[in-house]
Design a protein around this ligand. Structure first.
Ligand code: ADP
Ligand code: MG
Length: 705
């Protein structure tokens, strides 16, 4: 046999048979596919069993994805504006269904021809008892160019622009098959050792790629997918664990002693006994900051568990050793809240606390930055403005990040550059995150947990009420107010429909003032469109118990702390996300009185909406809520994931593949225990692979490793 050079996966895609300059351009633009290797990782999202055809008369409301075969009998474009659509009737010998397109109408008008036979693959939906298919996968049967190769046909995601260049799922499949023909086991060497592959019972790498695109059986698909998912999770965990390992060896600021500021606060200002969990966490932090290596710790604690005071005492540790500290919050409102409460907590201790947010500008900002640089400011509180390049500290020793899930690894790493020796970092999250997600988001951090609420708190009672029950709800509110309590009423204000929501809020406010008239009752209102002074004024009246009801938008979601408030009413609760509902509910139950959360909805709710409400009624456990939240939303929506490098997962899914992720994490831990620097001969392939991957993803934090 003639010598055949191996195909390099880095070969630009235009060198592939069937891909010219035009197709390569659109592949780059639409899918980010630049090389052979990239194309290989454009995985099918499902497979069709070509031998299975469903008769139209057999379609039922329970039908999942099915394949039907029939002739187009008629076509029409109907409706206008957003309702404009192309409908086509497709008939087999047993009946007729409707196919519908809202997009790409001209394309399908041309593509579909009356009298021709088509194969349609989709999940039916039912409208007035009849099945129809919206944007189905459809292909002509009598197309002689397309071989019906294997029984299991891979289906690929495509886009309108790709389709216009003949790269629909079929076209993609064809060029991927061309690629597979060129590949040999040598072109896809395994970076995992044979022993490892055997231990983990993985399919070989070459086999996996071949089978995922060209499967010989369902079982082969499962094994191929398992291998590829495992490898994604494994590599990601390896990199996180390596970063952590390397960082533990980096020099960190030594906070030798606890001094006056810490002790004076503890003895004179604290005002309550710390919970066991708070003490434990403070000890963990204290231990970290004395070792001489940099602390990177995640502090998890449910809403109301008392993270703020831990944050403050952690900052005081830095101050006592001559360093500055900063606290970064995700929103301006929360930054202001922190600024107010921390200023109050350190009153009389000779500590200079300042606030820096995006809205502090001009002269004020310049002098603030000067004071920061010469070290006059001890604690700086703010938004992400704190990590802008222009912000220079004299000697930042401790950085606290609150509500971290909105900050990614990259932003965190920016903080490290703020000081010659990187400051210690404590990341606080109030929204508990599922364990597997934590592994991905915070896999490089050590974890502390406040798993205990301050004493004397009663579990919040949560109920669901419909709009028609409003009178009864108002009666209950009146009782509570007469007993001396205060009440929140929250309205959704979601950007896209802001005008509409704003009207709802104002109408709500009017009807509440009518139902709760002065002088017996006073109502405050706070929303995002108000000026800060007005907002503060209204807020303060509520805090000082001069008003009994606070009508608000979600601006009060985070941070607000009024222990006397015992009722949280959430209007149109079905429109809120679970973590938001959980945060809102956390605004009550802070005092010693029994607290209530009332979720108001209309009768119409989506399945997910109902499930969110039911979850809230069933549990106050933030971790359970987070699990449901992740399941309902999917990981793609969760903030912070994008920056975490998590977007690099092409096949693995942290929700569905938790078991694989856990196995990959254990395997990575084990391997690094044996060979922390990946120095062993047999691990060189892996080491190189990880290096290349990190370079490709250009993650900020990989640079320090
Ligand atoms: P979160 O963890 O949600 O940020 P906070 O730090 O705002 O919680 O604390 C919630 C409330 O509990 C605050 O009013 C705070 O003063 C109070 N608190 C915190 N720790 C304790 C404690 N050990 N004992 C009593 N009250 C506490
Ligand atoms: Mg907080």
């Amino acid at each position: 046999m003639a010598y055949q050079s191996t195909t390099d996966l880095n070969t630009p895609i235009e060198y592939l048979k069937g891909v010219g300059p035009v197709k390569s351009e659109v592949l780059k633009k639409e899918l980010g596919v630049k090389t052979f290797g990239d194309l290989l990782q454009h995985y099918p999202f499902r497979y069709v069993d070509k031998t299975k055809i469903t008769y139209i008369s057999d379609i039922s409301e329970n039908s999942q994805y099915i394949q039907i075969r029939g002739q187009i009998t008629s076509m029409a474009v109907i409706g206008n504006n957003r309702g404009r659509r192309l409908t086509a009737k497709l008939a087999d010998e047993t009946g007729e269904v409707e196919l519908v397109w809202f997009k790409s109408i001209p394309y399908f008008q041309k593509f579909l021809q009356k009298g021709k036979e088509y194969l349609v693959f989709s999940k039916p939906t039912f409208f007035r008892g009849k099945p129809n298919f919206t944007h189905p996968d459809i292909e002509e049967i009598a197309n002689p160019n397309i071989p019906l190769s294997s029984r299991l046909m891979p289906i690929y995601h495509s886009t309108e622009k790709l389709k216009a260049k003949k790269l629909d799922t079929r076209g993609l499949s064809r060029i991927i098959q061309n690629l597979l023909e060129r590949l040999t086991p040598d072109s896809i060497p395994d970076f995992l050792t044979p022993e490892f592959v055997e231990d983990q019972q993985l399919m070989g790498r070459y086999e996996a790629f071949k089978n995922v695109h060209n499967p010989s059986s369902e079982q082969h698909i499962v094994s191929a997918q398992y291998r590829l998912k495992f490898e994604e999770f494994f590599c990601f965990q390896m990199r996180l664990l390596q970063v952590r390992h390397v960082r533990k060896k980096l020099e960190g600021i030594v906070l030798e002693k606890l001094g006056d500021k810490f002790h004076n606060f503890f003895n004179n200002n604290l005002g309550f006994e710390l919970t066991g969990a708070q003490k434990r966490v403070l000890k963990e932090i204290r231990r970290d900051t004395m070792t001489g290596s940099q602390m990177n710790r995640l502090l998890q604690g449910d809403v109301g568990s008392g993270k703020t005071v831990v944050a403050l005492m952690t900052m005081l540790m830095a101050l006592d050793n001559g360093y500055q500290a900063c606290l970064m919050a995700p929103t301006e409102i929360l930054a202001q809240q922190h600024f107010k409460s921390i200023s109050k907590m350190v009153r009389g201790l000779d500590i200079n606390v300042e606030l820096l947010t995006g809205s502090i500008k001009g002269k004020k900002r310049r002098s603030l930055l000067d004071y920061l640089e010469i070290g006059v400011i001890d604690i700086l509180i703010g938004t992400h403005a704190l990590i802008e390049d222009a912000v220079k500290y004299k000697n930042l020793g401790m950085a606290i990040i609150d509500e971290q899930h909105r900050f990614g690894v990259q932003q965190r790493s920016k903080l490290w550059l703020k000081s010659k020796i990187p400051p210690h970092v404590l990341v606080m999250t109030a929204t508990p995150i599922p364990r597997t997600l934590a592994m991905t988001l915070y896999g490089d951090l050590d974890v502390s947990q406040i798993d205990e609420l301050p004493p004397g708190r009663k579990a919040i009672k949560t109920v669901h009420r419909y709009d028609k029950d409003r009178l009864a709800v108002f009666g209950f509110v009146r009782d509570q107010i007469d007993k001396g309590r205060q009440v929140y009423m929250v309205y959704p204000l979601i950007e896209e429909s802001e005008a509409f929501d704003y009207k709802n809020l104002m109408d709500g406010f009017d009807s509440i003032t009518r139902a709760f008239p002065p002088p017996n009752y006073r109502v405050s209102i706070v929303h995002g469109q108000m000026h800060t002074v007005d907002k503060d004024f209204e807020m303060d009246r509520f805090v000082e118990n001069k008003t009994q009801i606070l009508v608000a938008t979600t601006v009060i979601e985070v941070g607000v702390d009024v222990p006397n408030a015992s009722v949280m009413i959430i209007e149109s609760a079905e429109r809120f996300g679970l973590s938001q509902l959980h945060q809102l509910r956390g605004r009550v139950g802070r005092g010693s009185e029994q607290s209530y959360c009332i979720l108001m909805t209309g009768h119409k709710m989506t399945k997910h909406g109902r499930e969110r409400i039911d979850t809230m009624v069933d549990t106050t456990d933030g971790f359970k809520i987070a699990e449901v939240d992740m399941r309902l939303r999917g990981p793609g929506d969760i903030q912070g994931l994008q920056q975490s490098g998590f977007a690099g997962l092409r096949m693995g899914n942290v929700v569905q593949d938790q078991k694989i992720l856990q196995r990959a994490r254990s395997a990575a831990t084990l391997l690094l225990d044996e060979d922390p620097e990946l120095e062993k001969e047999e691990n060189q392939a892996l080491k190189n692979f990880l290096k290349t991957q990190a370079e490709q993803q250009k993650l900020e934090w990989s640079r320090i490793s």
